[in-house]
Design a protein around this ligand. Structure first.
Ligand SMILES: Cc1ncc(COP(=O)(O)O)c(C=O)c1O
Length: 394
């Protein structure tokens, strides 16, 4: 008999991790799978950051850390917010966590009461919906259109607001669509939110530096939104540090204090060595990671060109992150190689089994017509993967 809680029984398994596990299984059977499902840079952490970690070990950084992070790290975060985002946070407004994922879980736990609604423009990052549900919140999906670059309009936001709306969560650059909200687009959303002073905003900026056009704007830069916005960021993507597990927030201090309290009962402070290394990462000039961004940009052109040669793939032009999110709904209802494709999950599974390419169904991101393809892979792998997809579909 299942003795587990209703909470865990109703939780979805992270679709990106599930796809990675399935790909690993097939690999173990000897199949040559190309993995384009994971949201993880395929670079090594830069040497100057690794060296800072080695130094921290030798300097005996081994004790519990302050729950909200070392003061030196929080100071480096404050400088980073000022330098890159023109945001003026103070020490009590910063909380360092074990990845931005924990930052988001803290926020949900401290902000949501049962039944509170959280507006999620679709497609949204895979875990938002379940993190909200874990805290008894209710995700409210707002469907956007590929023709509007998968961005939520002010009218759509206003239509989704109810008396129960507590928050809105979005990422820009967006995982999975790669869309980047401009200052004007954010202002239009802020003008709606101005009318509803009890709604709080999570602006997830973890892909900030992986931006091909430049021009990152933070919601909190608007003076009238600063006290209502929680800016989430981290080092996983920009510095190729996914396994180091450091994320952070800048937030109104009452929210930061609550996150600190929550974290103090769950995990305590984040890893000591990783925190010391991140001080060095954040103090470095962002040009130190430009070589990775340049490479992602080249791969983006490559994959967009290759995908344009396959019938039935409709894509937007992602301006940031390292994903494409093609609409493949023209394949729905078709039977290929004896397999009927009725939805994006069928399509993604078809690609795994028939092309040996791992992608993620858009359903995991709240969009049932698309799949997510990560181009955090070598150019050779990208070329080979798209060739296989083309062959399998022809
Ligand atoms: C939009 C977005 N937010 C947050 C995270 C979590 O990042 P972290 O590795 O810091 O937990 C991810 C990771 O995939 C992400 O894509």
């Amino acid at each position: 008999m299942n003795q587990l809680s209703d909470r865990i029984n109703s939780l979805a398994t992270s679709a990106t991790l599930a796809m990675a596990a399935k790909a690993r299984e097939l690999r173990a059977e000897g199949k040559d799978i190309i993995g384009l499902s994971l949201g993880e840079p395929d670079f090594n952490t830069p040497d100057f950051i690794k060296n800072a970690a080695i130094e921290a070990i030798n300097q005996n950084y081994n004790s519990y850390t302050p729950v909200d992070g070392y003061v030196e790290l929080k100071e480096a975060i404050i400088k980073k917010f000022k330098r890159d985002n023109n945001l003026n946070y103070t020490l009590p407004q910063i909380v360092v966590s074990t990845g931005a994922k924990q930052s988001l879980a803290n926020i949900a736990a401290v902000m949501l009461n049962p039944g509170d609604e959280v507006i999620l423009p679709c497609p949204y990052w895979v875990s938002y919906s379940d993190i909200v549900k874990l805290s008894d919140g209710v995700p409210v999906e707002v469907q956007t259109s590929i023709d509007n670059d998968f961005k939520m309009t002010a009218e759509q936001l206003e239509a989704a607001i109810t008396p129960k709306t507590k928050m809105i969560w979005y990422s820009s650059p967006c995982n999975p669509s790669g869309s980047v909200y401009s200052k004007a687009e954010l202002r239009a959303l802020a003008d709606v939110l101005k009318k509803y002073p009890n709604i709080y905003i999570v602006s997830d900026e973890i892909y900030e530096h992986i931006n091909f056009k430049g021009g990152h704007f933070s919601m909190a830069e608007f003076e009238d939104m600063f006290d209502r916005t929680i800016t989430v960021n981290g080092v996983s993507k920009a510095f190729a540090m996914t396994g180091w597990r450091i994320g952070y927030i800048g937030a109104p201090d009452w929210i930061a204090r609550a996150c600190n309290k929550m974290q103090g009962q769950i995990t305590s402070g984040a890893n000591c060595i990783a925190q010391r290394a991140v001080i060095t990462a954040l103090e470095a000039d962002p040009s130190s990671i430009k070589y990775m961004v340049d490479e992602f940009k080249e791969r983006r052109s490559l994959i967009l060109n290759l995908l344009s040669e396959i019938e039935g793939f409709k894509t937007n032009e992602p301006e940031g992150a390292f994903y494409v999110f093609p609409n493949i709904s023209s394949y729905f209802g078709k039977t290929i190689k004896g397999k009927t494709i009725n939805n994006a999950s069928d399509f993604s599974l078809f690609l795994l089994e028939e092309a040996l390419v791992a992608t993620v169904t858009g359903e995991a991101f709240g969009n049932k017509d698309c799949i997510r393809i990560s181009y955090a892979a070598s150019q050779n792998d990208i070329k080979e993967a798209i060739k296989r997809i083309k062959t399998a579909l022809s």
